[in-house]
Design a protein around this ligand. Structure first.
Ligand code: LLP
Length: 455
């Protein structure tokens, strides 16, 4: 626990993104000082101005460009679909669409509605779901959304609803290729015993369900291709080559009757999302370097059947590095061997450390003049021992109450997984575009919001 000197360069930028820089020791987002932003939010929102999710517009755009550049050799047959679940802020969605994202991948009726609200054409929306409800399927079919067939019962429901509505449902088969993506067990979705998708040998049965529905629905479903998503936080390129092979094989060996049934153009290969992000710096560990979009697409391209369309649906790698959570120090205490830095953010804003043991680096917004550092656990006010934002951070040993910190890489799966536990209101969200240009894109919740659903 002794204070020690660190090279302050090490603690500066744990993520790669053009929007982030330290200028004269103060963290800036797209040219705007986060100390200035903090003062401005405080002026306008009082205590509700902190904690705050801050998004860098230029980093969002740069993340999109990495994918669109990688997919460019395919022309119109290379499609980028953003997985809304990573961050469903309406204005973030709009920014991604304007930056060049073609489609939106959704997992609920409300995500479909949100994607449409953000300007995605319904026919450019994909609806995945292991347990779709009838109203969600009706909504998707009514607007021409592309649905994933995830099981026999799912196929039956989709065929039925389409028949009742007298239209055709556009579908992909979600295949479970029984592959280990080498990720956290909660983030693996294509192990042999995962709940997602259909095993290759069951495709025939699912086709049968499409054909019969409850009372005959074959002409009401068009199968356009195959979908595989092996999991999230995947670092290895090899995994993508493996799933590309599995998808190509499925299209090749698609039960022959498919071709006879008027679905000869089943040629879409959706290889899901999952690419991890690279974090460096504070932890002292050398994290595995995740593949880049360029490497990922490079591994897939030679394996694609001729004329097929490749769809990728990343979430994390488009938004995680574009976001930080800015939070304020409330105080410091020492219990036993541990030094706790208590801040005003908690597991309610960033659940990932508690849920997956995820590592989110934490740094000072203003680098302290002294280079002395101590090992601290950054924790929040929630009444749970699992409420921590980061363990073993190297931070100033004598922070003052009111000092600002940022938790990095919180653009994905943080605000979208937030909760109101302990009646904590959801945090304000801000997009910064230029030194003096920021927009509040989600107002902070207040007690009125929290009580409004009780009857
Ligand atoms: N496609 C499908 C079918 C998915 O299930 C997912 C994520 C994605 C695409 C996007 O994956 P990404 O590129 O974001 O890895 N809450 C967890 C992540 C759960 C991901 C669930 N599925 C976390 O905080 O790490």
């Amino acid at each position: 626990m002794e204070g020690q000197d660190v090279n302050s360069k090490d603690e500066m930028l744990p993520v790669d993104g053009p929007g982030w820089s330290y200028v004269d020791g103060v963290l800036h987002c797209d040219g705007m000082s986060l100390e200035d932003l903090r003062r401005s939010l405080k002026r306008n929102y009082g205590h509700q101005g902190s904690p705050a999710h801050i998004y860098s517009h230029s980093t969002l755009v740069a993340n999109v460009k990495k994918y669109t550049n990688a997919l460019s050799p395919l022309g119109e047959r290379g499609v980028l679909s953003y997985s809304l679940k990573a961050n469903n802020n309406l204005r973030v969605l709009e920014a991604l669409r304007q930056a060049g994202v073609n489609m939106a991948t959704t997992v609920s009726g409300n995500e479909i509605l949100m994607a449409m609200k953000a300007g995605f054409a319904a026919t450019n929306i994909i609806y995945n779901g292991t347990g779709k409800r009838r109203w969600e399927v009706e909504l998707a079919i009514k607007y021409g959304v592309l649905l994933n067939l995830d099981s026999e019962f799912d196929a039956r429901l989709i065929a039925d609803v389409a028949r009742e509505m007298g239209v055709r449902a556009r579908c992909l088969f979600r295949l479970n290729p029984a592959l280990n993506a080498n990720t956290h067990p909660y983030l693996a979705t294509a192990l042999a015993d995962s709940k997602f998708g259909v095993e290759f040998h069951q495709l025939e049965k699912v086709l049968q369900a499409v054909r019969t529905g409850e009372s005959g629905g074959e002409e009401h479903v068009t199968v356009e291709g195959v979908h595989i998503h092996v999991g999230s936080a995947v670092s290895r390129t090899q995994v993508y080559a493996d799933i590309a092979r599995a998808a190509a094989r499925t299209l090749r060996e698609f039960p022959p009757q498919i071709r006879e049934r008027g679905w000869p153009r089943a040629s879409t290969i959706n290889l899901g999302g999952g690419l991890n992000i690279r974090l460096s710096g504070l932890s002292g560990k050398n994290e595995e370097r995740p593949a880049t979009p360029e490497k990922l697409v490079g591994a897939i391209l030679p394996l694609l059947p001729e004329g097929s369309t490749l769809l990728l649906e990343p979430g994390r790698s488009l938004v995680a590095t574009a976001g930080v959570l800015m939070t304020e120090v409330l105080g410091m205490k020492v219990n036993g061997e541990r030094r706790f830095l208590m801040v005003d953010a908690a597991m309610t804003e960033v659940i990932r450390p508690a849920l997956y043991g995820a590592h989110h680096p934490v740094t000072h917004v203003t680098i302290p003049s002294s280079q002395e550092r101590a090992v601290m656990d950054v924790v929040g006010p929630v009444c749970e021992s699992g409420d921590f934002l980061a363990h073993r951070c190297m931070l100033s040993p004598s922070p003052s109450s009111g000092d600002a910190l940022v938790v990095w890489a919180t653009g994905a799966y943080c605000s979208s997984m937030a909760s109101n536990y302990n009646l904590r209101p959801r945090a304000i969200e801000v997009i910064v575009k230029a030194p003096d240009l920021y927009t509040v894109v989600r107002r902070p919740e207040n007690f009125g919001d929290l009580i409004s659903c009780y009857m």
